[in-house]
Unconditional design. Structure first.
Length: 483
């Protein structure tokens, strides 16, 4: 291919030269691909056209290629910089009165930086309670600095306590002097455990906190909600501020805490929980529950009128040896369960479901489950158990039948295991609901049964608990079991 280069200016001699350049196909392909790769980095110029490259001279090509390289492809800076960092420093401390110490530093506290559900930094406090944390990540325009205190020994109310605490503060850039002060005058619970010797102090707020939320950062705080009198009552709002590993609930030490070898004692195990629990999208992993005290087993024992559990992942949960068993709640009595994920193994002797053993309305509130995903193994422990992938028993305590849309946009993809080979005298089992009670409905009217469910799916199955073989009889169904 020939390219002619012509240049003439006043007062100078015009000249003309011809340069002949042979392009092979590989060079053309290279230039086209180069243009495509660099196109998105160009600033203040039009599209890079491969046709123009092919027709230009070598000189023009060099100039064009050089023009593509510089400023537009420089690494950005600021909040959107993928390698940006910010540094935050401060201290974590406990203010007590009974031991005569106004301010005591808390050494060994975990300090983390979070952007949403992504951890972007981690450190621990020194012997003086001080910390310096560096957050590294993408958009650092809003970072949560989270503190977790687990088992710190302190004198509270005149005696030794094992202190559990958690809090969070937001920053939008580097900070110095970001202090977390836990105070007896703020909201906290003092609990004497089942072994009658261990006492814990669980702190959920700090002096510097704005707002009324109670922050939960570790399994000690989570357990204290259930153990402390009134902690699950009206007006409380609990929020997870980091993921929790609950492996300790499957130990003899924890059994001594909660009594009767029950592992984690569910929140609201003795009376209905009327609080809001927001998981903020974080996971509670490896939770073990064997509630032998009241028989209601799940993260929450009884979720009552107006209670809310939402935005939480229950990962690899184990629930056993309980009459009413579910991953989120043993019984949902007029509460709201939304945006939850459950995996693990859930077993019950009377009613068992991946989300809740029983779900029903009250005179004042509708028991609802929305956007729930279950991949767990749900097991009917006896021949008379009602078992469902989502709910063991769906019904009402008021006249008029099951409320429409009690279960919405939810799914099950695990397995429901029942004894008795699906014999009519055995368990009622379904991949969504084990049994439904509709007072005004014809038991043979499946449309009425389904009125309580909308937009929900199941790819799970019902299987024999011993052989694992898939079964389907009158009391075992792909969606519902009995009636």
């Amino acid at each position: 291919m020939r390219s002619r280069y012509h240049r003439a200016t006043a007062g100078e001699k015009a000249y003309q030269s011809t340069i002949s350049v042979d392009f092979d196909q590989k060079l053309i392909d290279f230039l086209i691909n180069f243009a495509r790769l660099r196109r998105s980095c160009m600033v203040g110029s039009g599209p890079f056209r491969a046709r123009a490259i092919v027709r230009a001279s070598v000189t023009v090509l060099i100039v064009a290629l050089i023009g593509l390289v510089p400023t537009a492809c420089e690494v950005p800076t600021g909040a959107d910089d993928p390698v940006a960092t910010i540094e935050v420093s401060g201290s974590v401390r406990l203010r007590t009165v009974d031991d005569g110490v106004a301010i005591a530093p808390i050494p060994g506290a975990t300090v983390e930086a979070w952007v949403g559900t992504s951890r972007v930094g981690q450190t621990t406090t020194g012997v003086d309670g001080a910390y310096t944390i560096t957050a590294t990540g993408g958009d650092l325009s809003s970072v949560s600095i989270v503190v977790s205190v687990e088992g710190f020994s302190a004198n509270l109310y005149g005696g030794p306590h094992s202190v559990y605490a958690g809090a969070t503060r937001a920053v939008d850039g580097p900070r110095v002097g970001l202090t977390f002060t836990f105070d007896e005058d703020d909201d906290w619970f003092s609990v004497t455990l089942a072994d009658e010797t261990t006492k814990i102090g669980a702190f959920y707020r700090i002096q510097e906190q704005v707002g009324t939320a109670y922050y939960v950062a570790n399994i000690g705080q989570l357990q204290a909600i259930a153990l402390a009198s009134g902690a699950e009552g009206n007006g409380y709002t609990y929020r997870l501020v980091r993921p929790i590993d609950a492996s300790a609930t499957d130990t003899t030490e924890w059994d001594a805490w909660t009594g009767e070898g029950g592992g984690f004692l569910p929140i609201g195990w003795s009376s209905g929980a009327r609080f809001e629990f927001d998981g903020n999208g974080f996971a509670v992993a490896n939770l073990t529950i064997r509630n032998r005290k009241s028989g209601f087993a799940g993260l929450v024992g009884q979720l009552s009128d107006g209670g809310i559990v939402r935005n939480i992942v229950l990962q690899n949960i184990t629930v056993a040896e309980s009459t009413d068993a579910g991953g989120v709640a043993g019984v949902n009595e007029g509460g709201t369960i939304a945006n939850v994920r459950v995996s693990g193994r859930i077993e019950g002797t009377s009613f068992v479901g991946g989300i809740t053993g029983r779900n029903y309305d009250t005179d004042d509130n509708t028991g609802t489950i929305t956007n729930a995903v279950v991949t767990a193994e749900v097991i009917a422990a006896s021949s008379g158990t009602s078992a469902g992938g989502l709910v063991g028993w769906l019904g009402t305590r008021t006249s008029g039948g099951v409320t429409p849309d009690a279960i919405v946009s939810s799914s099950f993809s695990g397995v429901v295991k029942v004894p008795g080979d699906g014999d009519p005298a055995g368990a009622n089992a379904g991949t969504l609901v084990g049994v439904t009670e509709v007072e005004t409905a014809d038991p043979g009217d499946e449309a009425t049964w389904l009125a309580g469910i909308s937009g929900s799916t199941s790819t799970g199955r019902v299987a024999d608990v011993d052989t694992g073989a898939t079964i389907h009889t009158r009391r075992v169904g792909s969606v519902f079991g009995g009636e």
